[in-house]
Design a protein around this ligand. Structure first.
Ligand code: C5P
Length: 221
């Protein structure tokens, strides 16, 4: 029997990529598999938390004891995350949300034409993490930062600009820490400083994140 140190805590976890429709059969996406978010959901549930996993399209199964809400687009993920956050104590935004979405998705399949397609007009999506932080009150909000360069500088900047309690920074330029990997090398960046970890299995990274969520929830009580 493991720790039940998150018993009673209500967590919203976002995971996976989003798909942004270009037309009914085409979309913009990214290489996220959802493994990190699903690992956090599994560990948090095992430690007693009540978990709502807001998941973009992945091939993963919902971990035992986790309530999953499936979404496709960034806009849907935003709506579902905010709805679940109403009754939550903490949010962990792990999803690789699209930053841009087609301005006017076609309602029919686009035809190939002899003309070159010069551009696809894109508009920015809403930032789920920043918007949750803006209305967090005394709730706890954790974000992720996948970077390929200047990892810690970008993570500290994100901590401030988004208003999160913790940013989990991972260097996705490393093969042992990138999308799809079963390990990750993370730095935990918060107001109290930077804690760099070695490359660890995702379940252990999930435990570290859950430890911090527990401590942050304890500190506000
Ligand atoms: O700004 P950037 O996308 O690098 O920040 C990463 C963090 O912000 C992640 O925690 C990600 O889940 C979150 N995010 C979000 N909604 C967006 C963009 C990013 O929740 N539209």
């Amino acid at each position: 029997a493991g720790m039940r140190d998150l018993a009673g805590a209500r967590l919203v976890i976002t995971a996976g990529p989003t798909h942004e429709a270009i037309d009914p059969v085409r979309y913009l996406a990214n290489a996220s598999t959802g493994k990190m978010g699903y690992a956090i959901a599994a560990v948090a549930a095992a430690r007693g938390a009540q978990v709502t996993l807001v998941s973009g399209p992945t091939s993963l199964c919902a971990p035992a004891g986790v309530r999953r809400t499936d979404v496709v687009s960034a806009a849907q993920m935003h709506a579902a995350a905010h709805a679940a956050f109403e009754d939550a104590d903490a949010a962990v935004c792990c999803a690789a949300v699209a930053d841009y979405t087609p301005a006017a998705p076609a309602d029919h399949k686009l035809k190939k034409s002899a003309e070159p397609l010069h551009a696809l007009e894109l508009v920015q999506t809403a930032d789920i993490l920043a918007d949750l932080c803006a209305r967090k009150g005394d709730r706890v909000v954790v974000g992720f930062a996948a970077e390929t360069d200047d990892l810690l500088a970008h993570a500290s900047q994100k901590l401030r600009s988004k208003g999160a309690d913790l940013i989990v920074a991972n260097d996705v330029s490393r093969a042992d820490s990138t999308f799809g990997s079963d390990t990750s090398r993370v730095a935990l960046v918060s107001a109290s400083g930077v804690e760099q970890h070695e490359t660890l299995p995702l379940a252990q990274v999930a435990d570290l994140v859950c430890d911090r969520v527990r401590d942050l929830l304890g500190a506000r009580a």
